[in-house]
Design a protein. Structure first.
Length: 256
C-alpha cells in the first residue's frame, strides 16, 4: 500500500525549488516521487509506459510517460488494490501514439504534446502546453537537427522524422492527428490573451485564433486562468491610476 507522508510533500517541494524546469536529458532520475506516482496511477488504472529516455519525445516530460489505458473495478469488499480488474473499452495504441507524438511534439511549447492523465468511461482527459509560435518551432527544429548531426555514431539513433510540406503546417497537422488519435473532442483554453508575448516576442498562441481554422473540428472551451504575471500587471496598473502622490516607486516592481 502506498502511503503519502508530509515528508514526501516536503521532498516534492524541495525538488521543485531546486529544479524549476524538469529536464529528461540529464538521464534516468530515480526519484522516490516518480515511483510513488506510478503506484498511485496503478491503484486506479492499468497503465502503459511510453519510453522517453533522455527526452527523446520531450525533455520536459519524465523518462517514462505513464498513460492510463484501462480502469480498474473494485467490489465494496475489496481492500487490496491489486484485486481490481480492467473495466474499460478504451483502445490505446502505444506505438502509434508515440510515432505521432514524435512528429508533432514541436507544435506545442517546450514540446509538451497532449498526454492522457485521466481515463473515465473510456474517454481521456489530457494535459498539454499551448501551441508554439513559428519562432519556437523553427528554433527547436534547428536544435534537433544540430543535435542529431553532432551525436556520436556509436550511440543508437532514433529513426529520422520525415516531414512533408512547410514545417509550420506539417506540425499543426500532426498535432491535430495526435488529438484525434486520443479521440479528443474538447480543448480547454486557459489563456487569457490570444498570444503570449515575452520580451517582445510572441512565444505561444491559442487554438481559437488559428488563422487557417485548423482546429475547427474541436469544441474550444475558453476558461481563462490568469497567471501571476497577469495579476501583477493588473495590480500595478491599478496603482498607477492613483494620484501621483500615491503612485508606487520603481522599487515596488522588484517585489513581483
Amino acid at each position: 500500500m502506498t502511503n503519502i507522508s508530509a515528508e514526501n510533500i516536503e521532498e516534492l517541494l524541495a525538488l521543485f525549488s531546486r529544479k524549476g524546469q524538469y529536464d529528461a536529458r540529464t538521464g534516468e532520475q530515480s526519484y522516490e516521487i516518480h515511483r510513488k506516482c506510478e503506484e498511485l496511477f496503478e491503484k486506479d488504472y492499468v497503465c502503459c509506459k511510453i519510453e522517453n529516455e533522455k527526452g527523446s519525445l520531450s525533455t520536459n516530460y519524465p523518462s517514462q510517460i505513464i498513460v492510463p489505458t484501462d480502469e480498474r473495478s473494485f467490489s465494496s469488499k475489496d481492500s487490496d488494490s491489486s484485486k481490481g480488474t480492467p473495466c474499460s473499452t478504451n483502445n490505446f495504441d502505444a506505438s502509434k501514439y508515440k510515432e505521432i507524438a514524435n512528429k508533432s511534439n514541436l507544435a506545442r511549447c517546450r514540446t509538451r504534446f497532449p498526454v492522457p492523465v485521466i481515463l473515465y468511461k473510456g474517454k481521456f482527459v489530457c494535459r498539454s502546453a499551448t501551441l508554439a509560435c513559428g519562432g519556437e518551432m523553427l528554433w527547436r527544429d534547428m536544435s534537433v537537427c544540430i543535435f542529431n548531426t553532432t551525436t556520436s555514431e556509436s550511440e543508437e539513433k532514433s529513426a529520422p522524422i520525415s516531414r512533408n510540406g512547410p514545417l509550420f503546417t506539417e506540425l499543426r497537422s500532426q498535432d491535430i492527428k495526435l488529438l484525434k488519435e486520443l479521440s479528443v473532442s474538447y480543448i480547454c483554453d486557459l489563456m487569457v490573451e490570444n498570444k503570449k508575448v515575452k520580451y517582445g516576442l510572441k512565444v505561444s498562441s491559442s487554438e481559437k485564433i488559428d488563422k487557417e481554422n485548423r482546429y475547427c473540428d474541436f469544441k474550444i472551451v475558453q476558461l481563462p486562468y490568469p497567471g501571476n504575471w497577469y495579476i501583477c500587471y493588473s495590480f500595478i496598473n491599478s496603482l498607477m491610476n492613483l494620484s501621483a502622490v500615491a503612485r508606487p516607486s520603481v522599487h515596488l516592481l522588484k517585489l513581483f
